[in-house]
Unconditional design. Sequence first.
Length: 201
Amino acid sequence: MCLLILAKGGSTPSKKSLRRAGKSNPDGFGFAIIGNNKIHTYKSMDLEDTIGNFYDMRDRYPKGHAIFHLRITTHGETDINNCHPFQVNEDLVMGHNGMLPIKEENGKSDTHLFATEWLPEFDMADLLDTQAGVDELSKFASGSKLAFLNTGSQLANPFYIINEHLGHWKDGVWYSNSSYKETVWYPSYSSYSSYGTPGTA
């Protein structure tokens, strides 16, 4: 199911939380941070490498909104090309948690195709800055969550979350599910009980 994180400026998910999430979502990592009115992105198949670069970039741009994504493969190849976030256009990137009604092609995941081939055909202001557009996008991505970072003047806001209610906020950071939380084993039960079971909203 992946874990999609959006951190407001001044807020940062802990390294411990990211490492926990990486155990459940080990198939590629990436982040984007707004700094000096530009979107800085990084992708890697190595979690520690990604966390280290994320924290370095966070130190440089502590007030910039950020996305961090940890992937588990559901569509497409398990490679860096399918790591999130994806560039929609020069000023807009997006990450996704869930599955979209798009068939993978040539190893590209549903999200890869959606972000780089589908969305560029639309007027993003109509999709993100109007209620009708948000409703349409929410319906299309039913059960999924989408997060966008924006630096362009064509859109009204620096970030957007579609189906935000399916995730939750904690200390200025939005998580698409609870797979960053510690799982605890209770011997009297036959299955794990947890503060947040990986892959659940």
